[in-house]
Every structure is written in C-alpha cells, then in structure tokens.
Design a protein. Structure first.
Length: 419
C-alpha cells in the first residue's frame, strides 16, 4: 500500500510540497523516490538531512495545510499521502536498526566548541541534533525528568504514542548529546553562568501558559487553561458533565477529544470564526466530530456566569467581515444576538504565552512578551539564540523544529569564525 502511495507521486521538478508546503523544506519527492525503489536506508538518509523528527511530523503535522496542501496532484484529485510515507520511512528505519549517527561524517573542527540547549522540546532537540552532527559538544538542560516537551505532555497518546517519541529521542541522543535533567533556568542555572561555560546558548523552553479571555467570570472555579490541562493533567470527573472548549487550534481539538474520552456527557467547541478559518488540522476536526464533539461556529463568549462556580456562558453570534489591513475575515459581534448555554467546565485554548521568568532573563522581548530574535534567531545578547514557541514561532512542531535547525546553522557559522 505504501509503495502504491509512493508511486502516485509525480516527482515534480519544482517540488511545491517541499519548497512551499513544508516548513522544514524536506526533499519530499526525493525520499519518496527512494521508497518507490524500496531503499529505506536512502530514504531515511534523505529525510534526515533536514529533520530529526520524521516519525513525529509524519503523524501529527497539519499535512493538508502544509506539504499535501501544495501537492500538484491536489489540483485534479487527492494529494500524495506524504504524512503516511514519511512515518513509514521512520518506522521501517527503526525496524531495520538504522541510526542517525551512521549517516553522518562528523568533523573534528568544532569538537572543542560547547553549546548549551535550554529546553528539550522540538526546537531544542532539533538544534542539539544539528549541532552534534557537526561535532559540537552539546548539553541539553531540561526542567523535567524526561525530554520531548509538548511531544510528551502536550499531544495526547491517541495522536502520538510515547514509544515513537522515545525512539526519536534515542536517535537524537545517539549523536553524543549530554542531558542535565530536573534543571530549571533561573533557579538551578542562570544565563550568566552558562555564558561563562559555553560558546553559545540556545533557548527553546516553549510557552505553555494559556492566554486569558479577559472577560467577567474568568476566575470562577471550573474555568481551566487547555495548555496546563494537557501538560499537568489533573482532570476533574467529567461524568455526566457538559464541557465547553473555546478555541480553534489543535490544542482545542486535543482537549475536546481527551475530555470526551473521559466520559463527559457533552463536549462543545466554541469558535468565533467559521470552520474554514479553523487553524486546527482538518483531520483533527473531522475525528472530533466523529467522536461526538459538537461545534458552535461563529460564536464568542462575552461573560462567564455562576454562583460560586461556573454554571453558564453568555455567548454572542458573530459575522465575518473584510477589514482593511487584515489578511483574513474578522469576526464581528452581532448586536442583540446574545444567548446563554449551560456548562460545567470551560477550557480555554486561545493560544499561549511564555512563563513570567522570561521577563527576568535580561533579553529584549517583543510586544507579545516573546523573546525577540533576528533573522538568524539571535537574541539581543550575541551569545544567545532562541526558537520555538518562546520566540513566537508558528505553533506547529515542524515550525518549531525549523527554528532549532536554522539557529544551529547560524551558531555553527559563528563558531567557525572563532576557530
């Protein structure tokens, strides 16, 4: 079946799936060609030139909005099933005992250079791997007792099983990367100390604090942040309860699908735009609907109500309008369309922001509170680079990984100039 899917690829010379669709610019036609020839070793070597997360991205990337959305085949029919082929390459490579370290030729040129990576999520792991491929001495500092970041705690196992993440991390660590677990920036280590010890630093700590609605009643018991719920668990008993989720991204879908599995009587997603504007992957929306999640499109919450605890939500309907200077339709409240719905819990999934300690690092921040970086992912400190959510990157694993890879390339350039 995979060979059939691979043969469906036209092997386009212009490669829109790679150049336009894939944040990592994986050479998709080339690794698919290797799959056609049943050469998994070559396919894995090709994909590993641009990413170290094929087993992950093959499973959870929004393919229809990225690579498959740019596939030439989509003009007259269905796109090539790129995600399935990519995850197949990783899975078969692991079955065959192939290894990242076997496909590179490390140079001794940078063996005396040391780089610290703060955070072991997608951006940090990718940055560490591409540095280690060039022979750099890399140490990851991770605040938890495990690596993976949101790959472990932010994505439910029904979308991404933990064994795939563990295999991916083992592959990356096989490059000779060291790890210091249970080490918190600003508590156990500080930037000045690391700057004295290392030639460069990469910060990829994520940004997992749920953004606020900033409306009346938000502090009532029963209102929870989606990011925190996925990371720390602590779910209440949803049996026979009505749960509302506000947001239109994959975090909202993950929360809704997790909660319906935990026995909620009713789960409803509230989104102020239409389905066509939802940033979540189409497959995640479709799966949520099949699982019984209801959707209230073009609705917004204006007030959270309850006597000592959440009981009702006051909603208002919206209409989408074109507004000068905006790149997509803007939801505008329809005056007089207010109504109330019953709910026992409200999960907010409207984006995220960095932890408060980021403000104390002494680095320049942008207007959203993210660490400000230039085109080379360098911060206001010449020795410190940054990527992923904490730098305000687009919220997908592939985009986070790209920042880590590109930061690594720029760190290597600077290290080479100091030899």
């Amino acid at each position: 079946m995979i060979i059939e899917k691979a043969n469906y690829c036209l092997n386009c010379k212009i490669k829109p799936c790679s150049i336009k669709g894939c944040p990592l610019n994986n050479d998709i036609p080339k690794f698919i060609e290797a799959v056609k020839n049943e050469d998994i070793k070559k396919a894995y070597e090709i994909v590993s030139k641009t990413t170290v997360l094929p087993g992950v991205c093959g499973r959870i990337c929004p393919h229809k909005k990225q690579c498959e959305g740019s596939c030439i085949r989509r003009i007259k029919g269905d796109p090539v099933d790129i995600g399935d082929i990519e995850k197949y390459v990783f899975d078969k490579a692991m079955e065959q005992g192939l290894n990242l370290k076997d496909s590179i030729d490390k140079s001794d040129k940078l063996k005396d250079k040391k780089v610290a990576i703060i955070g072991g999520g997608p951006s940090g792991l990718t940055c560490a791997a591409f540095l280690a491929k060039e022979g750099v001495d890399v140490t990851i500092y991770e605040r938890k007792s495990f690596l993976g970041g949101l790959l472990i705690y932010g994505i439910p196992s029904f979308r991404l099983t933990k064994d795939i993440v563990e295999q991916t991390i083992d592959e990356i660590l096989s490059l000779g990367i060291k790890v210091e677990y249970n080490t918190v920036l600003g508590k156990d280590i500080d930037l000045e100390e690391l700057k004295r010890k290392y030639d460069a630093i990469f910060i990829g700590v994520g940004a997992n604090n749920s953004s606020k609605l900033n409306i009346k009643g938000e502090d009532l018991p029963g209102v929870c942040g989606g990011n925190e719920l996925l990371e720390y668990g602590g779910h209440p008993d949803y049996t026979d309860k009505i749960v509302s989720v506000i947001g239109g991204g994959n975090v909202a879908m993950d929360c809704a699908r997790t909660i319906i599995r935990k026995g909620a009587k009713k789960v409803q997603v509230i989104y102020r735009r239409a389905r066509e504007q939802m940033p979540a992957e189409d497959k995640e929306i479709e799966d949520a609907m099949k699982e019984g999640v209801e959707f209230l499109f073009q609705n917004n919450i204006v007030e959270i109500k309850g006597n000592g605890k959440l009981e009702k939500l006051e909603l208002i309907k919206t209409q989408l309008k074109e507004i000068l200077g905006e790149t997509r339709l803007v939801p505008v409240n329809i005056e007089g369309s207010n109504y109330e719905i019953d709910t026992d819990y409200l999960i907010t999934a409207l984006g995220s922001k960095p932890d408060e300690y980021i403000k104390r690092l002494g680095l320049e921040l942008n207007k959203w509170g993210n660490i400000k970086v230039d085109e080379n992912y360098k911060t206001s400190d010449d020795k410190i680079y940054c990527g992923g959510d904490v730098a305000g990157t687009k919220g997908t694993v592939a985009w986070a990984a790209k920042t880590g890879r590109e930061a690594a390339k720029n760190i290597i350039k600077n290290l080479e100039h100091t030899i």
